[in-house]
Design a protein around this ligand. Structure first.
Ligand code: NAG
Ligand code: NAG
Ligand code: NAG
Ligand code: NAG
Ligand code: NAG
Ligand code: NAG
Ligand code: NAG
Ligand code: NAG
Ligand code: NAG
Ligand code: NAG
Ligand code: NAG
Ligand code: NAG
Length: 670
């Protein structure tokens, strides 16, 4: 009886395992699992029970292999092609590598979903025979070669194609137009080139075309306006030229139009203003021109971000822009706009980012009085925008302003006190103006400020000791420079110090006071600003010595004190500034030996020139006896000291010959 029941158990177990999952699928999956790590759980004899696997109910054939985001590494074995009932394969977001075995593209002809995105797969994708495919995503891998010519031939169901973020090259073939169900086509961030398809009429199902950051050239054919369902058109950062399709207004579902950084030209077709669903309109870095005031923005009620920067638009900012009440970011910088900011801009209460730099606007006082009503304004760029006006004063309060850039406007007057009320201000640029008077003491009370540029003005007096209180540069408990602020990621990029930034916290923590008329000693309180990365005090009238306390600025990368009247020695403690890659103390009255070691060994000679009393190996000027004697006492350095004699002797000998030659010439002239 016992034996019988045991036999029965054995048999039933066997029977179950035969029924449980198809034998061929079982071996194929086992082989697949053996090629990847970490080891997945295949303890069950029924492979349909393994994690990520689903099977058909009748024949227990594997239909789904879903293992996204499991940190899997290894490669795909060709045996996987034996899972002939597979409809869904999702291995996205792992560390899988190697080429895709061709069997996968040939034999899995029931496959509907293939998602291999975000892995390290290499190789090319040649011919596809997956005629049931609906979704194909190979984005974010290292695939090369061309986008498969066959991709749309006889694939009636294909809806989603994503080739983006690989190294695909060559052209997109006209064959793409045979994907009659295609909704999403992405192939951005590759090395594709050639013209875009010129005939879009058969692709009317398309909702999204995203081909940015390639080398596409040639025109955007007007037939693109036939894609009535298009909501996203991203062709930015390519080499496209010519005009915008004149009938672009027919794309009534368009929400996102990103054509920035191409070589498009001509005027903006009036019909574009009929695309009333537009939320994002980015046309910066092209050659568009014409009167911006001819554009009627009043139908674009959903517009959130507009960037017309770096084109050749002329004329006044149109009043109709104010009717776009959803606007959060407006960038019209680097154009030829004239006139004043329209008063109606006060009604843009969602506006957080406004950039009008590099235009020819007038009346900055009026502009700020209008804009202070935009309560959400966090970033205001008005550099090189106004010319030779008075610095606005009076009661100008911006509750949320974090960046204020008013550089290069030739503004006259003093640093206005209303800036002290901008309690969230992090970045202040008033450089290249004609601002006179002192540096206000309240600067030290600003709770968040971490980047100040007052370069090239007429500021005078001493640097107030209070400057050592700037919390944004101290990093104490009271610091309020949380990167979680609404500006941690800006809607639009901005230019600063001629670099482009997308994030505020990438900006250097800097205090730039160069090219002014500041005098007195450098206050040692500056040494409290531990987070400082750049300190520029150059070309002022500072005297006294370099404070030892500067050695507390352990994050300092750039220190410029050139062109002053500083005297005394360069403090040896500055050797502790391990990140200092750029030091300039030229044209002062410094003396004694230049410290040796640390970063000081990397500074060029001209960092120290124009200080006749400085000496040391770095500038090939021999120090007087006492310093040499002092060094002699350190045995380790003695040999180096001996070597360095060559460096001194050669110029001396040369100097002798030059002198001799001068004397001879003088005799000859006589
Ligand atoms: C492996 O999977 C089986 C079910 O298939 C489960 O009973 C077992 O607990 C799992 N083991 C581990 C270590 O997760
Ligand atoms: C399984 O796949 C391998 C490799 O592709 C192939 O050689 C073999 O013939 C396949 N076996 C079956 C039963 O289809
Ligand atoms: C693959 O799985 C990931 C993670 O669950 C999911 O986000 C993605 O949509 C899946 N891919 C497809 C094509 O369904
Ligand atoms: C393709 O996969 C990537 C990464 O998993 C994902 O971000 C992207 O949205 C997917 N593409 C489509 C069209 O769904
Ligand atoms: C658009 O493409 C069609 C061919 O499909 C061509 O006849 C036409 O000239 C093209 N238009 C432009 C502006 O290039
Ligand atoms: C456009 O989209 C609508 C709504 O999603 C849909 O009913 C229609 O079939 C689509 N048109 C085409 C040509 O795909
Ligand atoms: C636009 O650029 C093309 C060359 O790409 C040039 O032939 C054409 O004259 C330009 N049109 C305008 C309006 O500037
Ligand atoms: C904008 O749309 C309206 C209504 O559909 C139409 O009458 C007008 O001609 C269009 N304007 C342009 C410039 O295409
Ligand atoms: C303007 O666009 C041109 C061409 O794309 C680019 O070279 C230049 O750097 C841009 N200038 C600014 C200030 O963005
Ligand atoms: C600027 O506008 C104000 C009105 O807000 C006016 O009083 C002032 O004269 C204008 N200033 C200049 C320089 O045009
Ligand atoms: C810090 O800044 C955030 C947002 O900018 C603000 O909500 C918060 O009240 C500030 N905290 C202090 C202590 O000022
Ligand atoms: C700030 O000052 C530097 C001089 O150190 C100048 O070159 C730079 O253009 C200024 N930055 C801005 C944003 O104007």
């Amino acid at each position: 009886m016992l034996i019988l029941s045991f036999l029965f158990l054995l048999l039933s177990h066997n029977h179950q395992s035969v029924l449980s999952c198809n034998h061929l699928d079982h071996t194929s999956l086992l082989s697949f699992y053996n090629h990847i790590s970490p080891t997945l759980n295949y303890s069950s004899t029924d492979c349909c029970q393994w994690e990520g696997i689903s099977c058909t109910t009748h024949h227990r054939r594997v239909t789904h292999l879903y293992l996204p985001g499991r940190a899997l590494s290894g490669s795909i074995t060709p045996v996987l092609g034996n899972l002939s009932f597979l409809t869904h394969l999702n291995l996205s977001n792992n560390h899988l590598s190697g080429p895709i075995p061709p069997t996968l593209f040939h034999d899995l002809n029931r496959l509907q979903t293939l998602d291999l995105s975000s892995n390290h797969f290499i190789g090319s994708i040649d011919l596809l025979f997956l005629k049931n495919l609906i979704t194909f995503n190979v984005s974010n891998n290292i695939f090369t070669g061309s986008i498969p010519l066959s991709i749309c031939k006889g694939y009636p169901f294909l809806e989603i194609l994503d080739f983006s973020m690989n190294q695909f090259s060559g052209q997109i073939f006209h064959g793409i137009c045979e994907c009659h169900q295609l909704k999403v086509f992405r192939a951005g961030f590759n090395a594709l080139s050639g013209w875009l398809p010129q005939d879009f009429h058969s692709l009317t199902t398309l909702k999204e075309i995203s081909l940015p950051n390639n080398h596409f050239s040639g025109p955007i054919n007007n037939s693109i306006v036939l894609l009535h369902n298009l909501t996203i058109l991203e062709l930015h950062v390519n080499e496209l030229s010519g005009l915008l399709p004149p009938d672009i207004g027919l794309l009534s579902n368009l929400e996102q139009l990103q054509l920035h950084t191409n070589t498009l030209n001509g005027t903006i077709p009036l019909s574009l203003m009929n695309c009333s669903n537009l939320k994002t309109l980015l046309l910066r870095n092209n050659f568009f021109g014409g009167e911006i005031s001819t554009l009627d923005f009043s139908k674009l009620q959903r517009l959130q971000a507009i960037d017309f920067g770096n084109n050749s638009f002329m004329g006044n900012i149109p009043d109709t822009l104010c009717s776009c009440r959803s606007l959060t970011a407006v960038r019209l910088a680097y154009n030829k706009l004239t006139g004043e900011i329209p008063p109606c801009m006060a009604s843009l209460t969602s506006l957080a980012h406004l950039s009008l730099s590099n235009n020819y606007l007038s009346n900055v006082s009026r502009a700020l009085k209008i804009l202070k009503n935009c309560h959400h304004l966090a970033a205001l760029f008005l550099s090189r925008c106004f010319h030779d006006e008075m610095m606005p004063d009076g009661l100008i309060e911006f509750q949320n302003l974090q960046i204020l850039a008013l550089g290069g406007c030739g503004l006259k007057g003093e640093i206005p006190n209303w800036i002290a009320k901008l309690r969230k201000l992090k970045v202040l640029n008033l450089s290249y103006n004609k601002i006179s008077g002192p540096i206000p003491t309240w600067l030290g009370d600003m709770p968040s400020l971490f980047s100040v540029n007052l370069t090239q003005n007429f500021l005078s007096g001493e640097i107030p000791a209070q400057i050592g209180g700037m919390q944004g540069l101290i990093g104490g408990d009271n610091t309020n420079t949380t990167s979680s602020s609404d500006l941690s990621h800006l809607a639009l990029p901005f230019l600063f110090d001629s670099s482009q930034y997308n994030r505020l916290f990438n900006l250097h923590r800097a205090l730039k006071l160069g090219h002014n008329r500041l005098s007195g000693n450098i206050p040692e309180e500056i040494g409290r600003l531990k987070l400082l990365q750049m300190l520029d005090l150059s070309n002022n009238n500072f005297n006294g010595s370099i404070p030892d306390k500067l050695s507390n600025l352990v994050n300092l990368e750039k220190l410029d004190m050139s062109g002053n009247h500083l005297s005394g020695q360069i403090p040896e403690v500055l050797l502790g500034l391990h990140f200092l890659s750029n030091l300039n103390v030229a044209d002062n009255d410094l003396e004694g030996e230049i410290p040796r070691g640390g970063q000081f060994d990397t500074f060029p000679e001209n960092s120290f020139e124009g200080n006749p009393k400085l000496c040391g190996e770095l500038i090939k000027r021999r120090c007087s006896q006492p310093q040499v004697e002092m060094r002699r006492r350190i045995p380790a350095e003695e040999e180096e000291g001996d070597d360095s004699w060559d460096e001194y002797i050669i110029p001396l000998v040369m100097g002798y010959f030059v002198g001799l030659f001068a004397v001879i010439s003088w005799f000859l002239v006589l």
